[in-house]
Design a protein around this ligand. Structure first.
Ligand code: NAD
Ligand code: ZN
Length: 240
């Protein structure tokens, strides 16, 4: 990372776990109540938006209460120092931007905006949503958060930018993602095939670990990034 510098990160729900936002996989409150495969699909939203809003309301509240943790701040510090070039995030919580990261590619959209799937009007979530209510468009349709639900395509600009970053980076950091959601899980393979070193930061091995990953740094995102930020700061390691 110190030598190559053009580092790109792909982050997933795991980087926000230490901010109090549960990941999909593992045993955590929110997703025990709401199976993402049942609630987080476009099909479910179209069929019964009020039911899906039970889950979405908790997600909006949890994201609204969350603050960036040491891992988000570490990523912002590495960008400021010219080591990290961009963050491609699957997260919808806005915590990378809140920590100060500037080049953030939101692969799955974000919870800050609501969109009408009938007339395509958009609204800031805080303007239209109140706890215990379902947000409505001026056209009376129930609004959807501007996030990519299962069954929806990736926004084309985010897709293009993410693939370009993956093709041209020297190192790809893969942080806190189980790499089971497609097509985000293709990004590490694209980087690897284009010559990048793939470094995974995760307390657990994933489907990438044995096949794509060059180096697995086993630990939580804040622990490992804390070490990396320290090492990359220390002139004794040959880095200015
Ligand atoms: P995932 O839930 O499938 O996997 C989370 C991964 O994070 C696991 O591999 C787990 O071992 C790891 N992990 C757990 N705690 C960690 C920690 N402290 N530090 C580092 N890693 C840790 O997550 P995913 O692969 O991102 O896929 C879930 C999908 O759901 C994504 O598309 C994402 O958009 C969405 N999602 C987003 C949020 C959010 O915005 N914060 C939260 C839940 C789900
Ligand atoms: Zn509308």
């Amino acid at each position: 990372m110190a030598e190559r510098r053009n580092v790109v990160a792909l982050t997933g729900a795991g980087i926000s776990v230490e901010s109090g936002i549960p990941a999909f996989r593992g045993t955590q409150g929110l997703w025990e109540k709401y199976d993402p495969m049942e609630y987080a699909t476009l099909h479910a939203f179209v069929r019964s938006p009020r039911k899906v809003w039970e889950m979405l309301s908790e997600m909006v509240s949890v994201c609204g209460d969350a603050a960036p943790n040491a891992a988000h701040k570490g990523m912002a510090a590495l960008e400021k120092r010219g080591v990290v070039r961009a963050v491609i995030t699957q997260n919808v919580d806005g915590l990378h931007q809140a920590a100060g990261s500037r080049r953030v590619i939101e692969y799955h959209g974000n919870m800050e905006t609501l969109v009408c799937i009938s007339c395509w009007k958009r609204y800031p979530t805080r303007e239209r949503w109140r706890p215990g209510t379902v947000p409505l468009c001026d056209c009376t349709e129930i609004l959807k958060p501007d996030v990519v639900l299962f069954g929806e395509p990736i926004p084309w600009l985010a897709q293009e930018q993410a693939e370009e970053e993956a093709r041209t980076c020297g190192v790809l950091l893969v942080i806190g993602t189980s790499a089971q959601v497609s097509p985000a899980c293709d990004i590490p393979r694209i980087a690897k095939e284009s010559g990048a070193a793939v470094i995974e930061i995760n307390p657990e091995p994933t489907s990438l670990t044995a096949s794509v990953t060059d180096l697995h740094l086993q630990g939580t995102a804040s622990e490992v990034l804390g070490c990396l930020v320290g090492l990359l700061r220390n002139p004794a390691n040959g880095h200015p």
